[in-house]
Design a protein around this ligand. Structure first.
Ligand code: GLA
Length: 391
């Protein structure tokens, strides 16, 4: 992270000719269990990880927001707040910044009025993109926190997450839930967070000492992610509507089973994933709290199977990684796909003594069997977004 901070401030100085007054960071996340439950008002158990987006910033006085993206070859996006900036850029990355600014402008209490001076921003990050580790949520939250600190906006942590989610929903076009943005704000060192996505209450659950979080990126390019994601969400909403409730959170497995012959079979399977995944997530929080990694392993395996069979969001490369890692770990650790799906990463939770075995089992066969080269990240559960310097 220190390197990123240095990079962002240096780039700021050389591109804009003066020093940034304010630097913030927001982390990536990995979800241990509770997939596609957030937008069903359910439970998730993610942790923030030690990869992040750093934003260096200073106020301007002419109503312009100018952003330089280090990871996009130093490209610059510039728009004026007094014109109608609510247009989307044809390039993808600027829309995350524009979306956050638009959401701040629309937020209660006219927070946006305070932004009228504008800002210079430099963004640098080390989160693998498109890997299901929430590089976008990290970017949105970092921008939002940066603008909050620059202009003294009175928005709390939950509101930062909600503004960032709105940017993604309305500007980027992914109808995502609140998990990624909330954990980027609320993450706690050495802890996962059990989040109730209805009340937005988050409870820390300590990662047992001696347990490691290992992330294996399949490097399988994710295609049509947003449309497939939005389709899953619509199917869940159709199931909730059938039961006359706001969200699948309010439907029990018994109620679903009784309705099985009435429901469209596909909608039934989607709902079964969500309802059982909510149960597994609550049980997983208990197991983790008790340091029972073998129980976690059983729950993670069931979660993966449910994503593969009922929610149909895994791909063969990911299933292969889960199979070989589970074979290697036996009962001492768990593994499952993490994130929205259709490629991306698997997460393993294992005793530190097993980390090398995981790495060598993946290195010895994944590339040979799939033709893709994995990348492996051994992570720490980290704190959420924070100011690094604030003049
Ligand atoms: C993506 C979304 C989240 C969540 C996960 C699946 O990461 O942004 O809101 O729905 O997928 O659990």
């Amino acid at each position: 992270m220190n390197k990123l901070v240095e990079l962002a401030s240096k780039q700021f100085q050389s591109a804009f000719g003066y020093q940034a007054s304010n630097i913030v960071q927001a982390p990536a996340r990995v979800n241990l269990i509770g997939e596609h439950t957030d937008y069903n008002d359910g439970f998730v158990l993610p942790c923030a990880i030690n990869f992040s987006t750093v934003v260096a910033a200073s106020k301007r006085s002419d109503g312009v927001i100018r952003t330089l993206a280090v990871n996009f070859e130093g490209e610059i996006d510039e728009f004026s707040l007094d014109a109608s900036f609510s247009f989307q850029s044809l390039r993808m990355w600027p829309n995350y910044i524009r979306g956050v600014v638009a959401a701040i402008q629309q937020s209660e209490g006219q927070q946006g009025d305070k932004l009228l001076g504008g800002a210079d921003l430099v963004v640098a990050g080390n989160i693998p993109q498109g890997a299901g580790l929430s590089s976008s949520a990290s970017l949105e939250v970092a921008i939002c926190l940066s603008l909050k600190n620059l202009y003294g906006l009175s928005i709390n942590e939950t509101e930062i997450a909600q503004i960032s989610q709105k940017a993604e929903n309305e500007f980027v076009g992914c109808n995502c839930g609140i998990m990624d943005q909330l954990i980027a704000v609320l993450g706690k060192r050495n802890n996962a967070m059990l989040i109730d996505c209805r009340t937005l209450q988050a409870t820390p659950v300590a990662i047992p000492a001696g347990t490691r979080i290992v992330i294996i990126n399949s490097n399988k390019k994710r295609g049509l992610v947003d449309s497939a994601y939005n389709e899953r969400r619509t199917q869940c909403e159709a199931a909730a509507q059938y039961f006359g409730v706001n969200a699948l959170r309010d439907v029990s497995l018994d109620e679903l089973t009784i309705a099985s012959t009435q429901l469209d079979p596909l909608v039934f399977r989607r709902a079964r994933h969500v309802i059982t995944e909510n149960q597994r997530t609550l049980q997983a929080a208990e197991a983790l709290r008790a340091g029972d990694i073998s129980k976690m392993a059983v729950l993670m395996a069931a979660s993966h199977e449910s994503m593969r069979r009922d929610f149909e969001i895994t791909v063969p490369e990911i299933d292969y990684l889960v199979d070989i890692i589970q074979d290697t770990l036996g009962e001492v650790g768990g593994v499952r796909m993490t994130g929205g799906g259709f490629g991306g990463c698997v997460v393993a939770l294992a005793p530190k003594e097993s980390v090398n075995e995981i790495i060598s089992c993946v290195e010895s066969s994944y590339a040979r069997v799939t033709g893709l080269k994995e990348s492996i990240l051994v992570c720490n559960a980290s704190d959420g977004a924070s100011a690094i310097s604030n003049d």
